[in-house]
Design a protein around this ligand. Structure first.
Ligand code: NDP
Ligand code: 8X3
Length: 251
């Protein structure tokens, strides 16, 4: 039977590429993000391939999250897979220079937003004794790098929540796993550097970074495993990257 996948952060980068990959694998899609025009453009692109529904909400806004899920039409109410992907870094400053807005954004979006969305989906997974939560963490959730402080903390929290969800939902037969990418060339650095595209581009220069489609491919593979196989925790880096701070630019 055709499965429905809800992807947060589908308006750009990894989420968008995942929607494109999963449409080809015959999943029904719920695309989420704040920028509705982007979601609708993606819906137009994919509609000939599969059924697509768009939900525009800010994951920070608990009431908006609840309202968005309540608004789902009948054919999209049953969700089989949740991909918790929405998130960003805001700023790259030493802890003493960090600003409140950036800290709030990273903790509210990457951690609390992930919780709010998950809470909307978990009850139906428990009721059906089936469901898959795939959390997009980061190598920043496995190690801390200079000036990464709060972003790294938010992604360490995603790592902890991935484990916590897997433990608490184990007796309900729910599959929970995470993918932790290294450097992926998306709009991530443009957001981190607040629209400074020149500085953002430099993050991906001099080596071959991962592309969003590389992660989307892996997500499609993870979802295609038989239900008794759970890819619980997966780190993925460019071959040129060895750690958050070691990137080979000599090739
Ligand atoms: P992009 O900036 O390209 O995409 C981020 C997505 O998150 C957008 O679709 C954006 O949608 C959505 N988003 C951000 N804030 C909110 C919000 N408040 N409410 C709802 N949606 C929101 O970055 P990536 O594709 O690279 O990032 C996707 C995930 O991958 C993030 O969790 C990121 O931390 C993680 N990651 C990225 C890596 C990289 O190097 N690029 C490496 C490791 C992990 P909109 O603005 O329309 O709301
Ligand atoms: C994104 C990868 O190294 O910029 O999570 O933090 S990094």
């Amino acid at each position: 039977m055709k499965q429905t996948v809800l992807i947060t952060g589908a308006s750009s980068g990894i989420g968008r590429a995942t929607a494109q990959a999963l449409a080809q694998k015959n999943f029904r899609l719920i695309l989420c993000g704040r920028r509705m025009e982007r979601l609708e453009a993606l819906q137009s692109e994919l509609e000939g391939i599969t059924e697509v529904h768009c939900l525009s909400f800010d994951v920070r806004d608990r009431e908006a999250v609840e309202a968005a899920f309540s608004s789902l039409p009948e054919g999209f109410k049953q969700i089989d897979v949740l991909i918790n992907n929405a998130g960003n870094a805001h700023g790259l400053d030493p802890i003493q220079a960090g600003n409140y807005e950036d800290w709030d954004a990273m903790l509210d979006i990457n951690v609390k937003g992930l919780l709010y969305v998950s809470k909307e989906v978990i009850p139906q997974f428990i009721e059906r004794k089936k469901g898959h939560i795939l959390n997009i963490g980061s190598t920043a959730g496995k190690e801390v790098y200079p000036n990464g402080n709060v972003y790294c903390a938010s992604k360490h929290a995603v790592d902890a929540l991935n484990q916590g969800m897997r433990i608490d939902l184990n007796k309900h037969n729910i599959r929970v796993g995470a993918i932790h990418p290294g450097l992926v060339e998306t709009e991530f650095s443009e957001v981190r550097f607040k629209g400074d595209t020149e500085r953002a581009a430099k993050v991906y220069q001099g080596y071959r970074p991962l592309q969003a489609a590389d992660i989307a491919d892996i997500i499609a593979f993870v979802l295609s495993r038989p239900y008794h196989v759970n890819i619980a925790d997966l780190m993925v880096m460019s071959t040129d990257q060895a750690s958050s701070t070691i990137v080979n630019k000599s090739n």
